[in-house]
Ligand binder design. Structure first.
Ligand SMILES: [Zn+2]
Ligand SMILES: [Zn+2]
Length: 91
């Protein structure tokens, strides 16, 4: 396996997710370069199994779109939240 610079110990998500780690460790940018992060910025090690999940979750929160409807458009409790879920569920 190639030698990487930061110490690779274990997957950063190991205790947080119910399924076991698998595969080699990948370096993951805490703030993705695609979202304006520094390529030399902070990175964490995550296993090959959990890395796609982390990318998926990070993308969702970084690109979260908020409802832009006029105040009062969503009159029922939770309706605005549902609107935003719908906005963010597509692509
Ligand atoms: Zn893992
Ligand atoms: Zn809305």
């Amino acid at each position: 396996m190639p030698i990487e610079s930061p110490p690779r110990t274990h997957c950063a998500l190991a205790e947080l997710l119910p399924d076991a780690c698998a595969g080699v460790l990948h370096s993951h940018h805490v703030l993705p370069v695609s979202a304006g992060g520094d390529p030399e910025g902070k990175q964490v090690w995550v296993c090959a199994h959990h890395h796609p999940m982390l990318e998926h979750l990070a993308r969702r929160v970084l690109r979260w779109r908020t409802c832009s409807h006029r105040p009062g458009t969503h009159r029922y409790p939770g309706a605005k939240e549902l609107c935003e879920l719908y906005l963010n569920s597509g692509g």
